[in-house]
Each structure stands twice: as C-alpha cells, then as structure tokens.
Design a protein around this ligand. Sequence first.
Ligand code: MD3
Ligand code: FE
Length: 201
Amino acid sequence: MNIAGVKWLPGHFGPQEQSRLLELVRAAVRQAPLFQPVMPRSGKPLSVRMTNMGRLGWLSDRAGYRYQQTHPVTGNPWPEMPQMLLELWHEVSGYAHPPEACLVNFYEASARMGLHQDRDEEDLEAPVVSVSLGDTAVFRIGGLERKSPTSSIRLQSGDVVVMGGDSRLCFHGIDRVVPGTSALLKDGGRINLTLRRVTRP
Ligand code: MD3
Ligand code: FE
C-alpha cells in the first residue's frame, strides 16, 4: 500500500500494551456503554457497536452523523481520553494539538464497515490515528472517489495506522474480521480506536 500520507505501524503496541489498552477501553465501556448506531433517515443499524472517549464523540442516528459531548443513551459526558492515547497521538500524528475524540468501534465476527470517507470533522488537516485490537481485519483503502481502485491490508492487533495528508479523505472500510486470529478478546471480535481532532485549533 503506497498511498501518500498513510503511515502503517505494524505491531506498534506489544501484547502487554494491548492488554493495558483493552483495560482502558473496558473501563470506558462500563461508564459509556456500547450503543448501536443507525443510518441517517433509514434507521438501518450499522453492524458495529460503538462508544467514545474524550470531550467529543461521533455518532450516527436517524438525524445524521455528528460529534456531540454526550452519550446518546445515558446523556452523560463521554469518559475522558486516556493519557496513553494522548501520548500515542503526540508520538505519531505530527499534529501539535491534541485529539478531541476517540471513537471505539466493536466488531463481532460478522461485522463489517462499508466503504466511506471520514469528513464530519471541521479540521481536515489533522490526521486520523487508528489502533487495532483483537482479531485481524481486512482493511480496504481506495482513493478520493468511490470508484477509485482499492487495495487491502490486514490490520492485526497492536497495529497503528496514521491517515494524514492526501490519505485523509480516502474512501476506506473493513471487509471482514478474521476469526481466531488473536487471543486478546476471550470471545473474539475486534476493537478499533480512532483518534480525531474535530474542531480547528
Ligand atoms: C482512512 N474505522 O471509524 S480504522 C472509522 O477499523 C473507520 O474501525 C475503521 O473507518 C475501523 O471511521 C478503519 C483506519 C482508518 C481510520 C480513519 C481513516 C482509516 C482511514 C480516515 C481516512 C482514511
Ligand atoms: Fe472511517
């Protein structure tokens, strides 16, 4: 994969750090339970469940896609962004201002994410930083148009991907999760964390 602006850091986090991250995600989920997002207008459920950490959280409901300061079910503010993720951002993003949102996507074995662009952020100059935990995912990335050719990579537990520069608006998605590829989650499945700057600094 040689798309300008993509930085793939396979195995950035080792097993012990992956376990620490998982504990941080579990603590956040106790405070801000996973919810099932639905598509704007149609109300068709997405196949991933999600929650967020940080000042702002992304969600999708019948009214549209947006960032907001509160959990859609509990109405509470999102749990705070863990220090370990702030440190990751400062290490790999090349962006001087901290991330405001960490979207947590949980994929069970059958979950997918269709090809899409991330463009709900006001600040499109900041990269998106992703961390994969649990079973391997087949990640597809294309170009700036839906019809652009695509390529696939397998994202493994502990991998970090930084999508900056020209890659920031590339179409991308998750074709499938490969069962039995990681022992991190007892019942299998995959967690993806995406760190995002939302507002202009
Ligand atoms: C490429 N998540 O949450 S992470 C998403 O694995 C999302 O859950 C996928 O796409 C997942 O929006 C992929 C890697 C990633 C994240 C953001 C990107 C790739 C990206 C933004 C622009 C281009
Ligand atoms: Fe995305």
